[in-house]
Design a binder for this molecule. Structure first.
Ligand SMILES: *[C@@H]1O[C@H](CO)[C@@H](O)[C@H](O)[C@H]1NC(C)=O
Ligand SMILES: *[C@@H]1O[C@H](CO)[C@@H](O)[C@H](O)[C@H]1NC(C)=O
Length: 372
C-alpha cells in the first residue's frame, strides 16, 4: 500500500519541523550506491542455526525449553527461510574492523555505511570495543537452552494492557526511544535489559515526551545500550561514553554521556549495530517503495523495527509488545499519551510495510505479536 502523495508531503512537513537535524543529515549525504537485492555480507562469527545442545556442565536449574523456537519456525516457512541469515554479524566491534570493511562501507551512506564520515572518529571508537563481548548481545550469564526476549515498542495498544508481568518474565527486555515506565508498570513492566536508539531519536524523545514522563533514559547496572549508527553522532557519543568525557565535536558537542547513560563507562555497557546488518535488514525485510521515490535518502526502518529484528537475530524466542497492529486506529500513537492521538506516519518510515511484516512473522510463528 502506498501513502497518498499529499499525505506523504504533509507528513514530510511535520517530520521536517520536528526533527530538522535528521532531515538535514539525510539530505546532505550522497546517493545510495548499493544495487537492489545485493546480498548482505557475512563476515565472521556464524551463529548456530540449529537448537543449541544443553550443556551438561551447567549447574543452574534447567530452564524450560523453547515453546516457540523461532529458528524452527523460520525453517518451516518457505518465504522467511529465504530471507533470514542468522549468521550475519549483528554488532560491530574492533575484531571486524579491517581496511576492506572501511573501503566497502565508505561506498554507502549512513545508516548503511560510512560515506563521508571521519575514518579517525570511527576507528578510534571501534578500537574501544575490543573485547569479544562487544560482538555479543548477551553476557556469559545467558540461559543456554532458550533465550526468551520481549521487545517493547511504544504503541498505544499497551495502554491498559496489563502485560507488565508477562513482559518482565522474559530473560531479556528490549526498549527504545521514549520508553516511559513510571506510572505504566502494570502495562509495560519495569525490566530493561537493552535500550536501543539513535542519538537523534533519544534526544528527540527526551524533548518531545518529557512532559509525558520520559525525563531520563532508562539506566541500571544490568542494562546495556544499543547504538544504531545513523550518523557520526553515534560514534562520537559512544566513544565519549566509554572514555567518560564530554562529546568533543559535532551537534552534540559538550554533551556529557553519563547524564544519559549513568556513571558506568565500561565498554561492555555499550553495543553498536553493524551497518551491514542494518542494510541487510532493510534490503530483505523492509524494502520500502519509498526507496524508489524522492524520499529515498531519508528512508530508514523505525527504531522499533530495528530492535525487533535485532532480537529476532539473537534470541531463541521473541514476543513483541506495543508494535503496530492492523487495528492501530483504535489506539493512541503512544501508550503514555494523556489523550488519544492518531498514529503519525512519518515520511522517513514505512509503518504500513512494518505492520505487514509483523503480521506475517506472527502468522508464521516466528514471533508472538501482542494484539487485542
Ligand atoms: C561490499 O561487500 C558486499 C558483500 O561482500 C558486496 O556485495 C558489495 O558489492 C560490496 N560493495 C562495494 C561497494 O564494494
Ligand atoms: C488509556 O486507557 C485509559 C483507560 O482504559 C483511557 O481512559 C485513556 O483514554 C487511554 N489513553 C489514551 C491516550 O488512549
Amino acid at each position: 500500500m502506498d501513502f497518498p502523495r499529499r499525505r506523504l508531503f504533509r507528513m514530510l512537513l511535520i517530520f521536517a519541523a520536528s526533527s530538522g537535524v535528521l532531515l538535514t543529515l539525510y539530505s546532505s549525504v550522497g546517493q545510495r550506491s548499493q544495487e537492489p537485492g545485493a546480498p548482505a555480507r557475512s563476515i565472521t562469527s556464524p551463529r548456530a542455526f540449529e537448537p543449541k545442545a544443553p550443556n551438561a556442565e551447567n549447574r543452574k536449574p534447567q530452564r524450560q525449553l523453547c515453546q516457540h523456537r523461532l529458528s524452527l519456525a523460520i525453517h518451516k516457512d518457505h518465504h522467511f527461510r529465504g530471507l533470514f541469515d542468522l549468521s550475519t554479524p549483528v554488532l560491530l566491534w574492533s575484531g571486524l574492523f579491517t581496511q576492506e570493511l572501511w573501503n566497502n562501507l565508505s561506498h554507502y551512506k549512513v545508516p548503511y555505511g560510512w560515506q563521508g564520515l571521519s575514518h579517525e572518529a570511527i576507528m578510534s571508537t571501534l578500537r574501544l570495543l575490543k573485547n569479544p563481548e562487544s560482538a555479543e548481545l548477551f553476557g556469559p550469564s545467558k540461559p543456554l537452552s532458550c533465550i526468551r526476549c520481549a521487545v517493547v515498542g511504544n504503541g498505544g495498544i499497551l495502554n491498559g494492557s496489563r502485560q507488565g508481568q508477562k513482559i518482565d518474565a522474559h530473560d531479556y527486555v528490549f526498549r527504545l526511544n521514549g520508553a516511559v515506565i513510571k506510572g505504566f508498570e502494570h502495562d509495560v513492566g519495569t525490566k530493561t535489559s537493552f535500550y536501543g536508539f539513535t542519538v537523534n531519536t533519544m534526544k528527540n524523545s527526551l524533548i518531545s515526551y518529557s512532559s509525558l514522563g520520559f525525563t531520563s533514559v532508562p539506566q541500571g547496572q544490568d542494562l546495556r545500550y544499543i547504538f544504531i549508527p545513523s550518523s557520526i553522532r553515534e560514534y562520537l557519543m559512544l566513544r565519549s561514553a566509554i572514555l567518560g568525557v564530554p562529546v568533543p565535536e559535532g551537534p552534540d558537542k559538550g554533551d556529557r554521556p553519563h547524564t544519559y547513560f549513568g556513571p558506568e563507562t565500561s565498554a561492555s555497557k555499550f553495543k553498536l549495530l553493524h551497518p551491514d546488518f542494518i542494510r541487510y535488514l532493510t534490503e530483505r525485510f523492509l524494502k520500502s517503495k519509498l526507496m524508489n521515490t524522492r524520499y529515498r535518502d531519508m528512508y530508514m526502518p523505525t527504531t522499533g523495527a530495528l530492535m525487533l529484528l535485532t532480537a529476532l537475530h539473537t534470541c531463541d524466542q521473541v514476543s513483541a509488545y506495543g508494535f503496530i497492529t492492523s487495528n492501530y486506529q483504535q489506539y493512541s500513537d503512544h501508550y503514555f499519551e494523556r489523550e488519544k492521538k492518531p498514529v503519525i506516519f512519518y515520511a522517513n518510515h514505512d509503518l504500513t510495510l512494518e505492520a505487514a511484516l509483523w503480521r506475517s512473522l506472527h502468522n508464521a510463528g516466528i514471533l508472538q505479536l501482542y494484539q487485542r
